[in-house]
Structures are given as structure tokens and as C-alpha cells.
Design a protein. Structure first.
Length: 249
């Protein structure tokens, strides 16, 4: 009898990832009803943490009021009517977080997720022009494979060959302005302490001559210093740019 009590006392949790979330343990900024049921939708693994994100079903059903229940929210995302940062998301528990752009083409509504004065998610309505970019905080800066400088942003993006002046969170709290237009990787990066933005335009994959160092081409070094003929069609255009302004609340 004593051994049985000891075994019950040292009970262990099940192994593997957790698949459920109770409503009372859900983040308070979701603003769910306390008597609305025992369970709450658990966010899927994604670019934001569980306590720092909001699933699409809570966004559509409880906050934006596009759906009345779980089935309606599931039908909305299944018909590819919800875009997060310009990409279609069909997972009703996909985690959306700070500075993400939520687009609903069927109604023409575009929202940016911000914070209000009480640290709750605020869905700020924006126009189409402002929906083409977002601000991202640099969380990590390191040297990757084959000496490729790399940064990691707060929304899980990994950007290779960033501006050399951008540092990680240990030194500065820099931000890179990421544009999402037609699947192209367009990054506007701000130099620390200068206030100017550097604009890099170009698709995700471009062919660059081997004799021209890619590092120089990305950071504004004149092409004549590369000692190689450089085609304008194969080089990302680099220019000084003051950067877009966020809409005022």
C-alpha cells in the first residue's frame, strides 16, 4: 500500500507536445469569456510564441466578429479568405502576432495588429499601401554557414546579408522594415543612429556574376570596385530612402 501511494505521488506528465489549452489558462489579452466553455483554441507552432500571439479563430470569431462559431471560422479560413503578411493561411489556429498584417480580400479589410494602452491586441485598420510593409525587431545577429551574416527577427524571419550596421538585441534594438509584395523579398533596413533607410529591391532569387562579390552589391559599393562587368538586371537596386510612415491611431 505504501508503494502504491508513492507511485501516485510521483505522477509524471505525458510526453510530447501539448495539444490542449484550457480557457482559464489562456492569455488574458484574448479577452475570452470565463463561462464560455472549458477549452480554448491552442495556437499552432508558428512565428510567434503562444503567450504573445492570437489564433485566427479567436481573431475572426471573438474580436472582428466575422464568424459566430467555430464552424463558420473554419469555413472562412478553409476557403482561403484570410491572408497573414500576404500569405494565405488555412489553419484556424495559426498564431498572429505584433505587427502582422491581416488581409481579408472578400471584404477589402486590412488590419495591422498593434497594442493598446493596456497591452491588449488592437486591430488597426490600414490601407493597401501600408499593408505592403511591416516593422520587425532584430532579435539575433550571427555569422552563418560560409561566413554569411544573418539576422533573425521577432516574427521568425531569417534574413541573410543584412545591413552591416544592424546589430542584435544585445547591442541595439534595431528594426528592419520588411516589404511583402508579390512574394519578393524587399527589405528596408535602418542604420543605427543615422535615421536613414536603405532600400533593397529584388526577387528572392537572382543570378549575380561570380566575379562580383554579392556583399558589395547588396551594400552599395560601386560596381567598378568589383572589377567585373555587372548587369543591372542581375543586381538588386540599392538607394537611400526615408522609409514609410505608419498611420496614426
Amino acid at each position: 500500500l505504501t508503494l502504491g501511494l508513492d507511485r501516485r505521488r510521483w505522477h509524471r506528465m505525458a510526453r510530447g507536445p501539448k495539444k490542449h489549452l484550457k480557457r482559464l489558462h489562456a492569455p488574458k489579452h484574448w479577452m475570452l469569456d470565463k463561462l464560455g466553455g472549458v477549452w480554448a483554441p491552442r495556437p499552432s507552432c508558428g512565428p510567434h510564441k503562444l503567450r504573445e500571439s492570437i489564433p485566427l479563430i479567436v481573431l475572426l470569431r471573438n474580436r472582428l466578429k466575422y464568424a459566430l462559431n467555430n464552424n463558420e471560422a473554419q469555413k472562412i479560413v478553409s476557403t482561403r479568405n484570410v491572408l497573414v503578411d500576404g500569405k494565405v493561411r488555412t489553419d484556424k489556429t495559426f498564431p498572429a502576432g505584433f505587427m502582422d498584417v491581416i488581409s481579408i480580400p472578400a471584404t477589402g479589410d486590412v488590419f495591422r495588429i498593434l497594442f493598446d494602452s493596456k497591452d491588449r491586441f488592437l486591430f488597426h485598420r490600414i490601407d493597401e499601401k501600408e499593408s505592403t510593409f511591416k516593422l520587425a525587431k532584430v532579435k539575433k545577429s550571427f555569422m552563418g554557414t560560409k561566413a554569411v551574416p544573418t539576422i533573425v527577427t521577432h516574427d521568425g524571419r531569417t534574413i541573410r546579408f543584412p545591413n552591416p550596421d544592424i546589430k542584435g538585441q544585445r547591442h541595439h534594438q534595431d528594426r528592419s522594415d520588411q516589404e511583402r509584395d508579390c512574394g519578393a523579398r524587399q527589405v528596408h533596413q535602418r542604420r543605427s543612429g543615422h535615421g536613414h533607410w536603405r532600400c533593397q529591391h529584388g526577387p528572392r532569387r537572382r543570378v549575380v556574376p561570380r566575379r562580383a562579390p554579392r556583399w558589395w552589391l547588396r551594400h552599395g559599393v560601386p560596381a567598378r570596385q568589383a572589377r567585373a562587368p555587372v548587369l543591372h538586371s542581375s543586381v538588386e537596386r540599392v538607394c537611400d530612402w526615408q522609409g514609410p510612415q505608419l498611420a496614426r491611431l
